[in-house]
Design a protein around this ligand. Structure first.
Ligand code: URA
Length: 232
């Protein structure tokens, strides 16, 4: 939300009611701003103003950042008709403007970042900013040195003009590797493994830029990012 903000918009946003209902509350003199009854729909509101609706404070909670350990079976979307979404796992007030910064597939687990800060998520997801995402990958076929080298160098994905950017690929065992990539193309890791004649069996995201999945978070749990984590 940008400040100064119109009163009706502020009330609608924070009380999660339609703008028409917010206007009705203003008309009925149910809203005070810094102790004075407000009557104008476009009364300008700043971040420090104290706004009460029926004597209850409407608080602007500002920019917020969360990390979630996503389980299998949840989709990274604000709403879905078939499946539970990652937002079903969050119990936080005023989540209307929140979005996922870098989605995972329904069958991928691990680090998901959720925020209401669009500029911040752009920095995470835009390939221009070159932020690495690190995945643990279990494969169907054994990994060969040649395949690892191809992943490091860049592979040709189906329906893409250019090779993938150089990646960091570290073999952990015959059927598992740690892969860090700085792009986020659709199903990128699965397509990269397919491009070297292999198949992803399990995929788990461990890290995005400087933010590592907290090992204290069980599957389905979340916490707010610390200030240093959200600095990027
Ligand atoms: N790459 C994929 O293929 N799937 C994900 O969920 C994330 C990266």
């Amino acid at each position: 939300m940008k400040f100064p903000c119109r009163l009706d918009k502020f009330v609608s946003h924070l009380a999660q009611i339609p703008r028409s209902k917010a206007k009705a509350e203003i008309k009925q003199k149910q809203i005070t701003v810094n102790g004075e009854v407000a009557t104008a729909f476009d009364h300008p509101i700043n971040q420090t103003d104290v706004v009460l609706l029926c004597d209850e404070p409407l608080e602007y909670l500002g920019k917020r950042y969360f990390m979630l350990n996503k389980p299998v079976g949840y989709v990274c979307a604000n709403a879905d008709e078939l499946h539970p979404t990652v937002f079903d796992l969050l119990d936080e007030p005023n989540m209307k403007d929140f979005h996922v910064a870098g989605r995972l597939d329904i069958d991928t687990t691990g680090l998901v970042l959720i925020t209401n800060d669009g500029e911040w998520s752009h920095k995470i997801t835009s390939p221009k900013h070159n932020k690495f995402k690190t995945y643990l990958v279990e494969t169907q076929e054994p990994l060969t040195e040649q395949a690892l080298d191809q992943l490091r160098h860049g592979v040709q994905l189906h329906n893409e003009k250019e090779l993938t950017r150089p990646a960091i690929a570290e073999a952990l065992a015959s059927y598992s590797l740690r892969l860090s990539i700085s792009e986020g193309k659709y199903h990128q890791v699965k397509r990269m493994l397919a491009a070297v004649n292999n198949k992803v069996i399990e995929l788990h995201r461990e890290k995005i830029a400087n933010i590592e999945l907290d090992s204290q978070l069980a599957s389905g749990e979340y916490r707010q990012l610390t200030q240093s984590e959200s600095k990027l």
